[in-house]
Write a protein that binds this ligand. Structure first.
Ligand code: DAH
Length: 352
């Protein structure tokens, strides 16, 4: 290794600065940095030889070396800046780019109103100790109907206009369908665990139905299920009342009326007093003059459903409920046609 001298440092510095002055591109600058200042660069190599000098020389030459290094680094920085300014100026004059124009705005997306409302619903129940899970949209007759106390041939099947999948098993049966509700997850969840069960299941459902302002052939549902020792109708009422207040305001009242769903007994439909007219009803568009708005079906889980998954019906009871998030969003935001949720019209979507 050659010993560094004041002369060799000066030579390299001069050579480097002359080269630098002649450059036109940033690639050249990069290459130059590697050549002189890189780990195996010329200046670096020279400085590595310092160790061979005696102490006095080492101090002197070392200082010169460091000075040279700073000079080269500063020259590189100012050349880099100068080059980008030149480039902008050239672009401005030759290519007629107006660099003073504001940038193009970045278009940010947003969450679909249905997604937002589903998150809000799940959030309300999560706060009461429910876990959120999802299930398959293509389902077996077994889960969609049989396990929910709806045997084949039972007239209750008419409550769900079903889209069957074009598939036949060995017996010539058509056992596969697009789920008509999220309720099949009740049986799937209970089969997979022992009580206590507290779940909420959001998901897409499908029905063979003509569409109009309040009907879609595909839509979302949110199912809920709680099973444990000693659960009563009071738990159902308390939980759903609390949910109604969280979604629609603290001053809400609720009303339960008898209704029929094969998988619950007793079954109810739950309404809230109209938040638009405060339950008055007179000329109200939202509640159609009634003062009440139906928001979901619910009930105590039928013993046959519990027995079907092998639960001890003497020990366990539970409640279940199902609601339509699009309907909740329609009520909450005064949307008059469910089809808006699926036409992807940005004028509609941008409002949320
Ligand atoms: N699955 C029912 C439907 O689609 C809604 C429903 C009603 C779900 C009552 C429930 C329930 O869990 O208890 O019409």
């Amino acid at each position: 290794m050659t010993q560094p001298t004041a002369q060799s440092i000066e030579d390299i510095t001069q050579k480097a600065l002359v080269e630098l002055a002649g450059f036109e591109t940033t690639e050249q600058l990069d290459q130059w940095r590697v050549t002189y200042l890189g780990r195996r660069g010329e200046l670096t190599t020279i400085l590595r030889g310092l160790s061979q000098l005696d102490l006095n020389d080492r101090r002197l030459i070392g200082a010169l070396g460091n000075q040279a290094k700073t000079t080269l680094e500063e020259s590189l920085a100012s050349r880099t800046q100068g080059m980008s300014e030149t480039r902008l100026a050239r672009a401005a004059s030759e290519e007629r780019i107006d660099v003073t124009l504001p940038g193009r705005p970045i278009v940010t997306g947003g969450l679909h109103p249905t997604t937002q409302i589903i998150r809000e619903i799940c959030g309300a129940f999560a706060g009461m100790g429910f876990s959120v899970i999802e299930g398959p949209e293509v389902e077996w007759d077994h889960y969609n109907f049989e396990m929910l106390n709806i045997p084949s041939g039972h007239p209750a099947r008419d409550m769900w206009n079903t889209l069957w999948v074009d598939y036949r098993d060995e017996q010539g049966q058509q056992p596969m369908l697009l789920r008509t509700h999220t309720s099949p997850m009740q049986a799937r969840v209970m089969e997979s665990m022992e009580p206590p069960v507290r779940v909420i299941v959001p998901g897409k459902c499908y029905r063979y139905e003509a569409t109009d302002a309040t009907h879609e052939w595909h839509f979302y549902q949110v199912e809920g299920l709680a099973v444990d020792e000693g659960i009563t109708f009071a738990d159902l009422k308390g939980t759903l009342f609390e949910f109604a207040k969280r979604m629609f305001g603290d001053e809400r009242k609720v009303r339960f009326r008898c209704d029929y769903f094969p998988f619950v007994e007793p079954g109810v439909d739950m309404s809230i007093d109209c938040f638009a007219c405060q339950g008055d009803g007179q000329g109200c568009r939202i509640c159609r003059d009634s003062g009440w708005i139906e928001i979901m079906g619910a009930g105590m889980v039928h013993p046959k459903v519990l027995a079907g998954v092998g639960y001890d019906t003497e020990k366990y009871t539970g409640f279940a409920f199902g609601l339509g998030p699009e309907r909740i969003a329609m009520l909450k935001y005064g949307i008059d046609d469910i089809r808006h949720f699926y036409t992807n019209d940005l004028r509609f979507l941008r409002q949320f």
